[in-house]
Design a binder for this molecule. Structure first.
Ligand code: EPZ
Length: 421
């Protein structure tokens, strides 16, 4: 296994190109299974999670061809309907093949995705969505077995304890495109990744209305055709580089980034004192004055994204004053706190809120990455810290950040990969 080594305290400056969004790409690839025809997906990031999804496709006898950032999917004549434990257990997002397989094959067997270090991640809303379309669902030997003989449109409210669900909305919307009748999803997630999925489905011939709102209406059609689509830029990667600029007192221009997908993040960081200005096809992030502490609450879109909660916490550890960071989506998503404290941060957890007292400086240390975004937070802390930080278990980063060390090095960071001894 590899680790990432960072020599900290270097100012980052220059231009970074933001990759395609992993969390838009995964359901879009799954949606291609709804057709018999070829689909071509562009701006696909080169990431382990994408490779896992393609393994699921090969396992279904669906032909895939990858040429750099372009993936061609040829589902013609595929008859299989199973996503096995060995693959689903390595990536929770594999659950988003459930809706397409059920709608296309009228039967699906998908391994139950496991728990996860960011807290309990149930799938009740996925099942509720599909049952509302008439699916008969049982769980047997760790598999979700879904029978879709009697699928038809239905109305469903997809709100849970923590608000809407991104992938449950995606699964229900994908399945509804191919069933007879009209489906209304109430309290649908409206993250940009859901909107991008709907855009791709409409290119395939799906009839979807109000897909940017919390009430999505889908009128089923009898078949979908193949389509071409370029995935939106990754707003979480863009947010991570925004924070990298702030934490290193830098000046980074983000190319191929959409500020309109990061309104809450830009609002909070501008409030803290960061300069963020639009440039053609992106935005520029400059540290121009001492930053102020922040109150940040992770909420469903358009609120501050939970996938940037850990990274903004790293920034607040070196921001003078007291910041309060509250998590309303995954109340246990705080494993990074103990690792940041090992680097000299002063963070205390009170329920689902972290109280962060800014310190003068962090000091480099060996730290352990627990999940994808926590890993990114540790890399950011390492960039700001005095001395050397070794981030262990970086396979999480390889799941979600394309060419991370290459991009950071180009910006002037001293970051490299080493084999664990
Ligand atoms: C997506 O996960 C993202 N993953 C996550 O990013 C992201 O953190 C999350 O949305 C929230 O924005 C992908 O898109 C592949 P949810 P998803 O269903 O869809 C609860 C990353 O690092 N819930 O929107 O699985 C759930 O426990 C990953 O890239 C239920 O109660 O998340 C949470 O509290 C991590 N029942 C809330 O809803 C359900 O059936 C929102 O989760 C489903 C979810």
């Amino acid at each position: 296994m590899d680790k990432l080594v960072i020599e900290g305290s270097r100012r980052l400056e220059g231009t970074v190109t933001i990759s395609g969004a992993k969390n838009a790409c995964l359901p879009i690839l799954a949606a291609a299974l709804l057709s018999d025809e070829k689909s071509v997906i562009r701006n696909v990031p080169s990431l382990k999670d994408i490779a896992t999804m393609l393994k699921i496709f090969k396992n279904l006898d669906v032909k895939v061809h990858q040429d750099g950032g372009t993936i061609t999917i040829e589902p013609k004549g595929y008859k299989k309907h199973m996503a096995p434990y060995e693959l689903v257990s390595t990536m929770r997002a594999s659950i988003c093949v459930l809706g397409p397989l059920l709608a296309k094959q009228r039967y699906a067997e998908v391994s139950f995705p496991g728990g996860c270090v960011i807290g309990a991640r149930p799938i009740d809303l996925h099942l509720k969505g599909l049952k509302s379309l008439g699916a008969k669902i049982k769980v047997e030997k760790g598999y979700i077995i879904a029978d879709g003989k009697n699928l038809r449109g239905g109305n469903v409210y997809l709100g849970g304890h923590f608000g809407s669900s991104v992938l449950a909305t995606a699964n229900t919307m994908m399945a509804a495109t191919l069933v007879k009748g009209v489906t209304v999803i109430e309290n649908a997630a409206c993250e940009p990744e859901v909107v991008d999925l709907a855009t791709f489905l409409m290119k395939m011939g799906a009839k979807i209305k109000d897909h940017t709102t919390h009430r999505i209406i889908i009128e089923g059609v009898t078949r979908l055709h193949g389509a071409e689509h370029a995935v939106i830029p990754d707003r979480i990667e863009a947010g991570t580089y925004t924070i990298a600029s702030a934490i290193t007192k830098g000046d980074i221009t983000l190319k191929n980034a959409k500020p309109e997908h990061l309104v809450a993040v830009i609002d909070r960081l501008t409030e803290a004192g960061l300069s963020i200005t639009k440039v053609p096809n992106g935005f520029r992030v400059r540290y121009v004055k001492k930053l102020k502490p922040l109150d940040v609450t992770a909420l469903p879109y358009p609120g501050f994204p939970t996938d940037l909660q850990a990274q903004v916490m790293s920034l607040m550890t070196v921001t003078d004053g007291i910041s309060i960071i509250t998590e309303k989506i995954y109340p246990e998503r705080f494993i990074h706190i103990s690792e940041l404290n090992r680097m000299g941060a002063d963070i205390q957890l009170e329920g689902a809120s972290a109280i962060v007292k800014g310190v003068k400086a962090l000091s480099g240390a060996p730290v352990m990455a627990s999940d994808l975004r926590a890993s990114a937070a540790l890399v950011l802390a390492g960039l700001a810290a005095k001395g050397r930080t070794d981030v262990h278990r970086i396979y999480h980063l390889d799941r979600g950040y394309e060419k991370l060390e290459e991009k950071l090095t180009k910006l002037g960071g001293k970051v490299w990969r080493e084999k664990e001894k």
